[in-house]
Design a protein around this ligand. Structure first.
Ligand code: CDP
Ligand code: MG
Length: 145
């Protein structure tokens, strides 16, 4: 079992695509083990996107990501890190395969609906940026009849 950090970015959240996107992950068998609605600030954006600081698109990326609320969640499942990135599709929706979330819901390579961690190291780092241990429900549980 792996965990990965997923963001439903401000574009997709504002367009009311969150339900369809979440449904997709659940139908693929992933379990939501953490979730919150939040607005990123500059500091949080610079931590999450640290490797992009200085790139030509960085200021626009931060402006976009801090402009409106987004959903952060942790998904758990077999090979979650690679599989969620496959389901999301390539960064640019024009290059994303048919049936991927970005192909369906992204408007461009910058307003591209979703984020997902790209490696076990990134997943660990990114999950800890958004959630503390008490907010992650990854134990087995049984709903009372
Ligand atoms: O999100 P992903 O891992 O697919 O792509 P990335 O290369 O790690 O870039 C992170 C994010 O920066 C992208 O999802 C875009 O929102 C944004 N970006 C952009 O606006 N313009 C680019 N040329 C590259 C990335
Ligand atoms: Mg990335």
């Amino acid at each position: 079992m792996e965990k990965t950090l997923v963001l439903i970015k401000p574009d997709a959240f504002a367009k009311h695509y969150s339900g369809d996107i979440l449904k997709r992950y659940e139908q693929e068998g992933f379990r939501v083990v953490a979730m919150k609605l939040l607005k990123m600030d500059e500091r949080l954006a610079s931590i999450h996107y640290a490797e992009h600081i200085g790139r030509p698109y960085y200021r626009d990326l931060v402006g976009f990501m801090t402009s409106a609320p987004l959903i952060a969640m942790v998904l758990e499942g077999d090979h979650a890190i690679a599989r969620v990135r496959e389901i999301n599709g390539k960064t640019n929706p024009a290059e994303a395969a048919e049936g991927t979330i970005r192909r369906q819901f992204a408007a461009s390579g910058s307003r591209n609906a979703v984020h997902a961690s790209d490696s076990p190291e990134s997943a660990k780092r990114e999950i800890s940026i958004f959630f503390n241990e008490t907010e992650i429900f990854d134990e087995d549980y049984h709903v009372k009849d």
